[in-house]
Ligand binder design. Structure first.
Ligand code: PMP
Ligand code: GLN
Length: 380
């Protein structure tokens, strides 16, 4: 068989989690919480199961969940999506991203992506026959930022899609209003669609607001907004998320979606719809994770790691050049095996290997886990 994805191997997340397990290391690599979700969320899902809500739901998702999502978006981002035609429930953000790409990109189309980039984007573009065009973020004293002039220079008549991710995995950077204005200027008068990966929308710190593309009417009109309940409700294994997009884009999305998964887990949809009636869990999330971020950053201040900013997500990147000049993959493996803390090399988020002595830690962990990890990291 001739591979459709010849350069794809096992993801770095799987590799580092397996190594962490093998070595008995604290796993700050793969991004997932080591604490459980709210028991009342589990109760809401099991109640749906016990009430016989166990057969296929409507293709786009149950109306109650789509309405809850539309209401949430309207209340926090001041943009009203039509629950019937503009919101589709997906099997996590990963399926949403793949489906959005498959329904937009034709063979030979160019897709502009910003590096470092989440690992599912490029294979998804390649499966669609598209050509990824890379623009690298720049790193300065204030952390990572997107050089919009370079993004603009990379636009060609073949550019079909532009993908952004804020808050950003792995850098923890967050797009600001000025970024959104720059993005609007670039796509103005083009037919470029946008995929906006906002899975960490409720993890923005220090009082800043999340700049969803749907706050900006000219961007909302051309965007697929992707989010994931896995991140927001501490249930990464449930694999449920959604896409919000104008009706003409959602219609194309659903054409692919219905032959990709057709529908998504009924009782989980009912459980989340009920749970969403209370906004507290997502409104409280920034404070919840900001405290963990600060605990982790404070603990690292006396170490030999240099902290990069973490303005959003549950990731903290560190520069280890004062400790070692090992390539990032080797350093992450060494840290896991010899020090007992797993991390993710940021080089894994680049198309061509790029070594900057930066690794990513996930701080979505119990305080106790973070303290154990900090003790070990202080010895490096
Ligand atoms: N996009 C980004 C930026 C992510 O970090 C993740 C989760 N690691 C995903 C998409 C995928 O989310 P899900 O688990 O809901 O498929
Ligand atoms: N999104 C998670 C991370 O960045 C991992 C998801 C996965 O294992 N594919 O760590």
């Amino acid at each position: 068989l001739q591979s459709r994805l010849p350069s794809v191997g096992t993801t770095i997340f799987t590799v580092m989690s397996a190594l962490a397990t093998e070595k008995g290391a604290v796993n700050l690599g793969q991004g997932f919480p080591d604490f459980d979700c709210d028991p009342s969320l589990v109760d809401a899902v099991t109640a749906a199961m016990k009430n016989g809500l166990n057969q296929y739901p409507p293709m786009a998702g149950i109306p109650a969940l789509r309405e809850a999502i539309a209401a949430k978006i309207a209340s926090i981002y001041d943009h009203r999506y039509d629950a019937g035609t503009e919101i589709t429930i997906t099997a996590g953000a990963t399926q949403a991203l793949l489906t959005a790409i498959l329904c937009t990109v034709h063979p030979g189309d160019e897709v502009l992506i910003i590096e470092p980039v989440y690992d599912s984007y490029v294979p998804a573009i390649e499966l669609a026959g598209g050509k990824p065009v890379f623009v690298q973020m720049e790193v300065g004293p204030n952390g990572y930022s997107i050089p919009w002039d370079k993004v603009n220079a990379a636009v060609t008549p073949r550019t079909r899609l532009l993908m952004i991710n804020s808050p950003h995995n792995p850098t923890g950077s967050v797009l600001r209003e000025s970024d959104m204005r720059a993005l609007s200027d670039i796509v103005h008068n083009t037919n470029i669609a946008i995929v906006s990966d906002e899975v960490y929308e409720h993890m923005v710190y220090d009082g800043a607001r999340h700049e969803s593309v749907c706050r900006y009417p000219d961007l909302a009109a051309r965007s697929f907004v992707v989010s994931s309940f896995g991140k927001t409700y501490h249930v990464t294994g449930w694999k449920i998320g959604y896409v919000a997009a104008p009706a003409h884009l959602s219609a194309e999305f659903r054409k692919v979606h219905q032959f990709n998964v057709f529908t998504v887990n009924t009782p989980v949809q009912h459980g989340i719809a009920r749970y969403m009636a209370d906004p507290a869990p997502y409104l409280d999330l920034p404070a919840f994770y900001q405290r963990k971020r600060d605990l982790f950053r404070d603990g690292l201040k006396t170490s030999r790691f240099t902290l990069l900013p973490s303005d959003g997500t549950y990731f903290q990147c560190v520069d280890y050049s004062a400790i070692s000049d090992m390539p990032e993959v080797d350093f992450a493996k060494w840290l896991t095996s010899e020090i007992g803390v797993a991390a993710i090399p940021v080089s894994a988020f680049y198309n061509r290997p790029k070594d900057s002595c930066i690794v990513r830690f996930c701080f979505a962990k119990k305080d106790e886990t973070l303290r154990i990890a900090l003790e070990k990291l202080a010895r490096v």
